[in-house]
Design a protein around this ligand. Structure first.
Ligand code: FAD
Length: 492
């Protein structure tokens, strides 16, 4: 555990007094003493589900500072939780006990940008939206977008291998991240900050850190292949009366607008109702279809507005004529574009305002994706915990939405509290369902604390063993983000 003498040594490494916040008593005036509650925004996760008890938050300003901090912690056996914007949804970004929080938010500069190749190199702590705004000045965009963009950081995105809304267009970060700078658990700086698109010289080490959830080092620098920011953007929302219809709509959409398709998202009626209750936009843009069973959002991005408008209008016609969709609305201006996107993007936030949310972010074969929602509703109903949407059971709502084009659904179960009875009704039920259909228990949010013990549902024993070996090589003292990710509890 951290003692006042550790605090003073760490303080001496940092260039700035405000880079160290501590609630430990007995430290001298050179450090920023705060109350325990002032550390809540670092100790408590976005959902209010996981709460750590760290008494020290470090906010270094350079890679060298991070390296010295980590080396000191390594030498003194102090555990560390690397933290970005703290928007993670699996309890990975906050400590379990009193681990030191190393937040990289003060490292937020652009290091270089090449306008010809579109390759940007920056600090890991830059907020995703800020990076996107910077690139927009050069008509480029980050090939990643998610509803938490105003708070999450590019380093956190890479550490979780975040997927988001545009994987269907740009692929995952495993393809667009070109290089990383990482401070390893013993303090060494791994400089893999390549700006090359092609480099077949041995193992591609940066891939180990993409999706490593702070378990084997702190990402401090990033180089990324930005995408051209194309001017013609369109969005349409359709209502449909069955899950089968979404699948048929997806086939038609790819046939008709495949080359300009940039998002194909879906949500169910329950998710839509919750979103409407908490909508920031009181003007109900899509009233006509409000009682539909499902909704699909299709976005296109291209370089020729007339061409794209025509293609999307033609798609709408085909979908309506073939009775695949029951209704549809095409954004006519920027305000409508934003309003239509809000229908999908603010569901996560609206679920959080409705109650406490048990979140399951899973991959399944496309044809079976929604069956996890139906099976969960049935299972909870049989246990007497769910009596229909908005009724007075312990579970108020079970909603399904997500990235249809990526085979990724978010199952959200909303209750008044994180009730242990609901929790044990859901786990391992959901994981067993996913494993039975050869899906993944974590499509994009990661394992964190929530799913660490359940990795075996999606990975074979040999794979898990190799992961433990990698973790042991890089973090032999197990000081980085302990108890999470591929953590294996000691044998009794
Ligand atoms: P944090 O939450 O701070 O940390 C997440 C994990 O990464 C932790 O394990 C932490 O230890 C580690 N970490 C953070 N920074 C570093 C670093 N510099 N070096 C090493 N490890 C680090 N995810 C998706 O994939 N797709 C979505 O569409 C999506 N939508 C979301 C919508 C909302 C409203 C919210 C709240 C979250 C959403 N997420 C989504 C979850 C997603 O994982 C995070 O939003 C984001 O990628 C995490 O970034 P962060 O900076 O907040 O990281």
């Amino acid at each position: 555990s951290v003692q006042p003498e550790h605090i003073h040594a760490l303080r001496n490494i940092l260039s700035n007094k405000t880079s160290l916040l501590t609630s430990i008593k007995g430290c001298d005036a050179t450090v920023e003493s705060v109350s325990e509650s002032e550390l809540d925004s670092f100790n408590v996760d976005w959902m209010g589900k996981y709460r750590g008890n760290s008494k020290v938050v470090l906010k270094p300003k350079s890679t060298e500072e991070v390296s010295k901090i980590v080396k000191y912690c390594y030498d003194h056996n102090l555990a560390i939780v690397p933290q970005g914007g703290n928007t993670g949804l699996v309890g990975g970004s906050v400590p379990l006990y009193d681990e030191i929080i190393l937040n990289v938010g003060n490292m937020n500069s652009i290091r270089s940008f090449d306008e010809v190749s579109g390759i940007v190199t920056c600090d890991a702590g830059i907020i995703l939206e800020n990076l996107d705004n910077y690139l927009a000045e050069f008509d480029y965009t980050v090939p990643l977008d998610l509803a938490a963009k105003g708070s999450c950081q590019i380093g956190g995105n890479i550490a979780t291998n975040a997927g988001g809304l545009r994987v269907i267009r740009y692929g995952t970060l495993r393809g667009t991240v070109l290089g990383l700078e990482v401070v390893l658990p013993d303090g060494q700086i791994l400089d893999s900050l390549s700006t090359l698109r092609k480099n077949n010289t041995g193992f591609d080490l940066k891939q180990l850190f993409i999706g490593s959830e702070g378990s084997i080092g702190v990402i401090t620098g990033v180089s990324l292949l930005a995408a051209p920011k194309l001017k013609a953007k369109n969005v349409a929302v359709f209502s449909l009366d069955s899950y089968d219809a979404i699948q048929r709509a997806f086939i038609k959409t790819r046939q008709h607008v495949g080359e300009i398709l940039s998002a194909f998202e879906f949500f169910d009626q329950a998710g839509h109702r919750i979103q409407q209750v908490h909508s920031r936009n009181p003007k109900k843009i899509f009233d006509a279809g409000r009682d539909a069973a499902f909704f699909v959002l299709v976005e296109t991005t291209g370089s020729n507005k007339d061409h794209d408008d025509q293609k999307l209008a033609a798609l709408l016609e085909v979908l309506i004529e073939s009775e695949i969709v029951t209704d549809g609305v095409l954004a006519q201006d920027t305000a409508q574009f934003t309003s239509l996107w809000e229908l999908r993007e603010t569901i996560t936030e609206a679920a959080g305002k409705t109650g406490k949310v048990f979140k399951y972010d899973v991959s399944l074969p496309t044809s079976l994706m929604y069956s996890v929602v139906e099976a969960t509703r049935k299972h909870l109903a049989e246990l007497g915990l769910y009596k229909g949407e908005g009724s007075d059971g312990k579970v108020k709502s079970v909603i399904g939405f997500g990235h249809f084009g990526d085979g990724n659904i978010h199952l959200n179960v909303i209750s008044d509290s994180y009730d242990p009875e609901v929790q044990s009704a859901l786990e391992p039920f959901v994981y067993e369902f996913v494993a039975k259909h050869r899906g993944s228990i974590s499509a994009e949010h990661g394992l964190g604390l929530q799913k660490a013990p359940h990795i075996g549902y999606s990975q074979l024993p040999l794979n898990v063993d190799l992961m433990h070996q990698i973790k042991s090589i890089l973090d032999p003292k197990k000081l980085f983000n302990p108890y999470k990710f591929v953590y294996r509890p000691p044998l009794e």
